[in-house]
Design a binder for this molecule. Sequence first.
Ligand code: P6P
Length: 295
Amino acid sequence: MEKRLEDSIGWMDEALQKAILTIAHLSADMRYEFPEKRGATTTKNIYGETQQKLDVWADKILTEALLNTGSVRAVISEERENPTTGPGEYVITMDPLDGSSNIKSNNIFGTIIGIHKEKELLVPGKKQIAALYVLYGPITSIVMATEDGVCEYDYEERKRSYYLSREGITLPEEGKIYSVGGGNEGWSSPFSSFVDSLVERHLKLRYGGAFVGDVNQVLNYGGIFCYPETAKKPQGKLRLVIECNPMAFIMTKAGGAASNGHGDILKIKPREITERTPVYLGNKDLVGELERALR
Ligand code: P6P
């Protein structure tokens, strides 16, 4: 008997279930709107990046729906300068549409969600109680991590529900792929040597340009995802709070490691919502090797 997402999270308190199921149900419906909402807006987000129509729309409908659940105290979104507050107890950190540069080319993109219920809004990623990403791929799927581990749910169109497809997901022992964001201009020589060593060990390059899709490949095949610091971008590109912490939580619960090059990303106390960080996620042996190389 296939287990539905609703049944799989029945152990959670009702407020948390409502928040997660709201994201799940909305994500399934969002797909139908994608074709009409391709293309860029004339506005830029707080990072100075041109917003795609889907960025703005996904942020709006997810934020409103989450606040309407009554479960959410604040939504911290990539698309907004300040948190949007509500009457509930959970804090949601969100990249509503990660990988929007892939919309034009119809490549994979997704939604990244982190959930905590600490008093402070900005807390280390280890304080998250759940994290998930929605992958808008050939299959719409959700990968979610809680204290109990990592599960995947596939959306079954005919039944209009998400069903558990894998549970207890752990990284393969041996890493097979590597994925490096940005160009190689300005890499430190230790990082460059590390990447060369991966090639020499016959790891395969898999880079799709969306954090969710690239980390999902590492979760499935083992290896390492890197968006490194460079000479021009010493803090890298990806955002600590709304992108890296949820993905780091999931990778860690799958038995992997998450580093900023010098230590566990999940231990960093964010100074501000917009803070960026270099990010390295994947098999513990590879992440550890890279940390030693960067010392
Ligand atoms: P680059 C997508 O725009 C994103 O924020 C992440 O999803 C992705 O990992 C990264 O930027 C891609 O950046 O510089 O490789 O195009």
